[in-house]
Design a binder for this molecule. Structure first.
Ligand SMILES: NC(=O)C1=CN([C@@H]2O[C@H](COP(=O)(O)OP(=O)(O)OC[C@H]3O[C@@H](n4cnc5c(N)ncnc54)[C@H](O)[C@@H]3O)[C@@H](O)[C@H]2O)C=CC1
Ligand SMILES: O=C(O)C(=O)Cc1ccc(O)cc1
Length: 346
């Protein structure tokens, strides 16, 4: 917002003081407050970006306050039917509300996980029930620097599509991690042996549990139905496997491959939002310091560093995370030139 509209004053409201002070230090917001009821009446635009159950509570609270008559209220919640319903009393008072949902983000949460290019190329659903075209344009102009692709849908369409493409996958990922943990709990290395497939399939199992609990509860009927269909699909492959039905099993994988192969980067929405390098490091004192010094000398900003494996007498694996692809590439060049072995990049 600040990039496209530098003169706008942004009031950040949160219950978490640390998030507010970080946002203010980073110049993301101009004023911080924990008092929503006092801040809201001063606003020309209100963007609700808390967990979905809190968005609903705040919409109910907003309906009891005296707001600016031309205020525009919007939200970024991951579900839409119950949120749009909660906004009805405000709309009946003549207040403009547009439901919104950017299909971007990651398994990370908190203000520190935000990035200026987080929304680039992502789809941004708008659910503009009972809203005039001018108000929709006002919101799109406010968020123009995000470079999203706008998509207008009904709340029902939204919850069905997002249920299948986002909510159900979060259940699948978490169930697979939990079930694998139980199955392998007595194996010496257990989950630490997981290869790329398991890791990429389960990345979203690291998402915020509170946020995902509230999302599931707000979209329960649709997700329950989709979960039922998914379990039927699992059951079918189990039946085919038990019968050693080779053609059916092969068809199962072939269908999935054809569909997945047709999803190129253009069709898959937003840009990747984390840029990792994994490299082997020798088990020697100072090896990690050597890597960080190399990057510092190259003026390459490192977002995170994680030691994945260090066992005596063998190489360890270091995960380096950068906030953009250019830094990742420059780091890879530097490290290779210094004879480090890059084993994988995300
Ligand atoms: N994480 C993601 O990738 C995406 C999340 N969303 C939706 O955006 C919303 C926010 O999600 P994130 O930014 O990921 O979560 P987050 O945890 O990073 O941010 C939520 C913020 O709300 C604050 N908060 C919690 N309860 C509050 C309350 N009662 N009053 C005021 N502030 C409160 C928290 O302190 C936190 O700073 C959720 O509704 C989520 O469903 C939408 C698209 C993507
Ligand atoms: O990390 C991922 O791949 C996500 O799926 C991020 C995400 C989380 C919640 C949403 O409502 C939309 C996108």
């Amino acid at each position: 917002i600040k990039q496209a509209h530098p003169t706008i004053t942004l009031i950040g409201c949160d219950i978490d003081a640390a998030s507010l002070s970080y946002a203010q230090q980073q110049n993301i917001i101009d004023i911080s407050t924990t008092d929503f009821s006092t801040a809201a009446p001063q606003a020309d635009v209100i963007i609700l970006a808390s967990p979905v159950n809190i968005i609903i509570k705040d919409l109910q609270l907003l309906a009891t306050l005296t707001l600016k008559p031309h205020v525009l209220i919007t939200d970024v919640g991951s579900t839409k039917q119950t949120i749009v319903k909660a906004a009805k009393p405000l709309q009946q008072q003549g207040i403009a509300f547009i439901g919104g949902h950017p299909m971007a983000g990651s398994h990370k949460s908190g203000v520190t996980a935000g990035r200026i290019d987080l929304f680039e190329n992502a789809f941004y659903f708008l659910v503009p029930q009972l809203t005039s075209p001018q108000i929709i344009t006002q919101l799109q102009d406010l968020l123009s620097a995000t470079h999203v692709k706008w998509l207008t849908v009904t709340p029902q369409q939204h919850d069905r599509i997002v249920g299948q493409l986002s909510h159900l996958p979060h259940i699948v990922a978490a169930a697979l991690v939990n079930e694998t943990q139980t199955t392998l709990q007595n194996s010496p290395l257990g989950l630490r042996l997981a290869a790329g497939g398991f890791k990429s399939l389960t990345r979203i199992a690291s998402s915020d549990p509170t946020m995902w609990t509230t999302i599931l509860l707000e979209n329960e009927p649709l997700i329950s139905a989709q979960l039922q269909d998914y379990m039927a699909a699992l059951s079918q492959i189990q039946t085919d496997l038990k019968k050693l039905n080779k053609p059916a099993i092969e068809q199962f994988f072939t269908n999935a491959k054809i569909t997945r192969d047709h999803l190129g980067p253009q069709q898959l929405g937003s840009l990747p939002n984390f840029f990792d390098l994994f490299l082997n490091i020798p088990d020697q004192v100072g090896a990690i310091a050597d890597v960080t010094q190399l990057l510092a000398k190259g003026h390459i900003n490192l977002v995170n560093i994680h030691i994945l494996e260090v066992r005596e007498d063998i190489d360890g694996v270091l995960q380096l995370t950068f906030d953009n692809a250019k830094n990742q590439q420059q780091a890879a060049n530097l490290l290779r030139a210094a004879n480090y072995q890059i084993i994988r990049r995300n």
